[in-house]
Write a protein that binds this ligand. Structure first.
Ligand code: AGP
Length: 607
């Protein structure tokens, strides 16, 4: 959830560190700091957004070609300068930046205070600096001092350590929170997210859980003395730096909504055989024989990824005829699930680093399930921990509210459903489904071109404190997802519900001041959903309809947003677009920053 950046090489570190923080700020932003080595350690920190640190950095000298930096999303200790990273030991000669949670920090802190250490913060992270200090004082080399320190620690960490006494060296360690090393010419970049180093290099190596390494201008040596730059560790980032900038748009969220026609095309590229009506998923081919034997799929995810999984349940059951359950990853991992070797557990995750989803995969592996990943970030933890998987190829998603990744997940889940149908030789109309997928980019573009219609819906929602999103079958998960978007970026209490549940309670809430967004494309559920619209109207509820049939709906509702008609199994990909735009417009109407919603971070790498 926090952003980490480190540099060791021949250039001045401060400009590189500050540029990296500006890219990472979306991951977490309540305080920030840098530490640069130049015979001594110069540490500069500031509360608030990155601009506050930039002001201080301009005022203070911070020469040096080796340094670390951090932008924080508080887990322990209020967002104040004293709790900002980097944290130091008692002497100020050792500094650390940390992403994760040290679960046993209280006992460690008590032990350290009892032995005379003075703490400057309320954070869990600071204990690491003092533990390392103790071992360095005993003459233990820095790398081994970090190694021995981490043996005392329970929890998760992406950790970078710098010492005034060990020039041009950064010690890095990873357990549960990602760290990636960018490989330059005689210089190395460390980051919690590749987007922070792609300006400098696309050649990267990812630290695995449990690995500790020394990064110097000469290379990257693991604690066992093995180089991490072996060919089989090197990965090439497959997107460009401009994809992590706003590209002239006011917000990343709008940029990423507008990219969706291209994202769908990229998610389909090389994976659709329109002649044979088959989907081609090379990432699954290595285990196709095992997949052909599965009798059940469990989909796990969090937030939007979980809602994508709910669409996936309908898709896979309807197209491939395999029983599917969808579980919140944060529940699945504590549920002691009944899993056999013929169960496939599919983790959906844009970041590939969500702690709950990663732990769900570990649980599935302990139970010998086949584990699959549907992930956007190449080389991320979930991508590397699963037996096989499919990348989204949606490009970096920077906006905290997931949009293009969600639509890409639905696109790829459709391909996965067709793929499983092929494995099981199910009779399906693969040609129709794949042809429908191929039409989606143009249909999404049509919705985006007509997005002015959203403004009428925004006017209806403008003063609402509460609202309902309603849908049935394939549209029910879209109701949940649309409500999540609205919550996340406009802070309105939006609740997603299946339309059929209205009469079992929620209808008691309906009034003129309590609008409802109803997903009612002309599909197998239309007539049923229409009766829900009538129920809402009878109670004076304002209604915003997302439909494919203007003639049947327009005169009965307060705002009618029309989307193109496609197959029922593909319609969710189109019906979610207006809901993304509605949430975005509501954030602007309320003068909120849709890219940096309060209390949220892009990647939830803590439990
Ligand atoms: C979605 O808009 C939210 N940002 C959040 O629910 C997100 O989907 C969830 O944290 C899962 O993230 P992941 O896809 O990176 O695992």
């Amino acid at each position: 959830m926090c952003g980490i950046i480190g540099y060791v090489g021949t250039q001045q570190a401060t400009p590189i560190l500050m540029e990296g923080l500006s890219v990472l700020e979306y991951r977490g932003y309540d305080s920030a700091g840098i530490c640069v080595q130049n015979g001594r350690l110069t540490t500069i920190r500031a509360e608030g957004k990155l601009v506050e640190l930039e002001k201080k950095v301009k005022r203070f000298e911070s020469q040096g070609t080796c340094g670390i930096a951090h932008t924080r999303w508080a887990t322990h200790g209020v967002p104040q300068e004293r709790n900002a990273h980097p944290h130091r030991d008692c002497t100020g000669g050792i500094a650390i930046v940390h992403n994760g949670i040290i679960e046993n920090y209280q006992e460690l802190r008590l032990e350290l205070v009892a032995s005379g250490h003075l703490f400057a913060s309320d954070t869990d992270s600071e204990v690491l600096a003092h533990l390392i200090e103790d071992r360095v004082k005993q003459g233990i080399p820095l790398l081994q001092a970090v190694e021995q320190t981490l043996e005392r620690v329970r929890g998760t960490y992406g950790l970078v350590v710098i010492s005034k006494d060990v020039p041009q060296t950064l010690i890095v360690a990873r357990m549960g929170s990602p760290l990636v090393i960018g490989v330059g010419e005689g210089e190395y970049y460390i980051a919690s997210d590749p987007s922070a180093l792609i300006t400098y290099t696309k050649d990267v190596v990812y630290l695995d859980d449990g690995e500790i390494a020394a990064v110097t201008s000469e290379g990257v040596q693991l604690s066992g003395g093995v180089s991490m730059l072996a060919q089989d560790r090197l990965l090439k980032i497959d997107w460009d730096v401009e994809e992590t900038s706003k590209g002239g748009h006011p917000h990343f969220m709008l940029k990423e909504i507008l990219e969706q026609p291209q994202v769908i095309a990229d998610s389909l590229r090389g994976r659709v055989d329109l002649i044979e009506g088959r989907s081609i998923l090379g990432g699954l081919e290595g285990i196709r024989d095992r997949l052909a034997q599965i009798d059940r799929i469990i989909i796990v995810g969090c937030g939007s990824a979980y809602y994508a999984g709910l669409v996936g349940e309908y898709l896979i059951e309807e197209i491939a005829g395999i029983p599917v359950e969808v579980e919140l990853a944060s529940e699945f991992r504590y549920r002691k699930p009944l899993i056999s070797k013929r169960t496939a557990v599919l983790a959906i995750s844009q970041s590939g680093e969500t702690a709950d989803t990663l732990e769900a995969i570990y649980e599935a592996k302990r139970k010998q399930a086949i584990t699959l990943g549907l992930v956007n970030v190449v080389g991320s933890s979930i991508a590397r921990e699963t037996d096989a998987g499919v990348y989204n190829h949606a490009g970096p998603e920077v906006g905290v509210a997931s949009t293009k990744a969600f639509v890409s997940q639905l696109t790829v889940l459709t391909l996965i459903a067709v793929y499983f149908a092929q494995l099981r030789e199910e009779e399906i109309n693969g040609h129709a489904i794949l042809a429908g997928l191929a039409e989606l980019p143009a249909q999404v573009q049509e919705i985006l071109d007509g997005r002015q219609e959203i403004l009428k819906a925004t006017a209806i929602m403008r003063n609402a404190d509460h609202c309902l999103y309603l849908g049935r079958k394939f549209q029910a998960p879209i109701a949940y997802e649309g409500a999540l978007k609205m919550k996340e970026v406009s802070y309105i209490h939006a609740e997603g519900y299946t339309s059929g549940e209205m009469k079992h309670g929620p209808i008691a809430l309906i009034s003129k001041a309590f609008p409802s967004v109803v997903l009612c494309p002309n599909d197998s559920m239309f007539e049923k959903t229409w009766s829900n619209i009538e129920e809402l109207k009878a109670r004076g509820g304002a209604i915003i309809a997302i439909t494919t049939d203007r003639a049947r709906v327009e005169d009965s509702v307060d705002a009618c947003i029309v989307i193109p008609q496609t197959l029922e199994v593909l319609q969710p990909i189109l019906s979610v677009i207006p809901l993304q735009l509605l949430a975005y417009e509501m954030a602007l109407a309320k003068n909120l920053d849709p890219d940096k919603p309060r209390n949220l971070a892009k990647s939830v790498t803590v439990e």
